[in-house]
Design a protein around this ligand. Structure first.
Ligand code: DGL
Length: 258
């Protein structure tokens, strides 16, 4: 039965596991297959054509593995390739986009910050979204270097602290009261970011919203699994040690060429 097939999830690397965690938390019985395309990270500096081609490669593999729906757990891939993916494949897709809407709607200073990749901030989809919030000042910052440091296991390094400080200080000075994390790798930086931001600034990411959307899509169109024991399988095309360290023990991680 279709509803017992796995949910496929992909990202340019290990960051999308922040989305997988939310999905697994909300839907613990669902089987998931996660592809970490770390070999090709970061996607954020690639052309739209390259991002589309990589997203299709990941989708093809997840479909070979018989997935019932695909979560694009990468803002860069979603904002550059989701239209093309939906046009090419019949399988339903859920994408992840920066949570501009809740931040803009709740901001009291009418000034919000967004930290995301160049690919996301340059995309047509993102720029169409922000057109709707003309009354909010949006301070955009490309998180140059952050994804590479996370992929290399340097979440708690001095380099990371220095980069984050240089990206966040101008936003604090501009009086933001919401910081949108527009890249699925960045939730792993929340403990450090919290130490740098004044207490009144809220941090928003899209993980929970994506998990809720996944739940709704299963409920309304595809069906929940009837299995009682979920299985979470992770594939990476580079050294699995960093993925292993952020997931902890007890998960099946396999190295695979893709
Ligand atoms: N995790 C990704 C995102 O959400 C992409 C990072 C990258 O590969 O540049 O945008």
């Amino acid at each position: 039965m279709d509803n017992n097939k796995p949910i496929g999830i992909f990202d340019s690397g290990i960051g999308g596991t922040s989305i997988w965690k939310e999905i697994h938390h909300l839907l613990p019985n669902e089987k998931t297959i996660y592809l970490a395309d770390s070999k090709n990270a970061p996607y954020g500096q690639k052309s739209k054509e390259e991002i589309i081609a990589l997203s299709m490669k990941n989708t093809d593999l997840l479909l070979e593995m018989n997935c019932k729906l695909i979560v694009v757990a990468c803002n860069t891939a979603t904002t550059n390739a989701i239209w093309e993916l939906r046009a090419k494949y019949d399988v339903p897709f859920i994408g992840i986009e920066p949570a501009i809407k809740p931040a803009a709607n709740q901001s009291l200073t009418q000034t919000i910050g967004i930290l995301a990749t160049q690919g996301t901030l340059n995309s047509e989809l993102f720029n169409k979204t922000i057109e709707k919030y003309q009354n909010t000042k949006i301070i955009e910052q490309v998180g140059h270097g952050l994804v590479q440091l996370i992929e290399n296991g340097k979440i708690n390094s001095t380099e990371m602290t220095e980069l984050l400080r240089s990206y966040l200080t101008p936003m604090i000075e501009a009086n933001i009261d919401y910081l949108v994390l527009g890249c699925s790798h960045y939730p792993y930086l929340i403990p450090q970011i919290k130490k740098m931001l004044p207490k009144h600034i809220q941090i928003i990411d899209s993980g929970e919203a994506v998990a809720r959307q996944t739940q709704t899509l299963l409920k309304e169109k595809i069906g929940f699994t009837t299995a009682q024991n979920s299985e979470s399988v992770f594939y990476t095309n580079t050294d699995p040690s960093v993925l292993q360290s952020i997931l902890g023990n007890g998960y099946s991680i396999e190295r695979k060429d893709f």
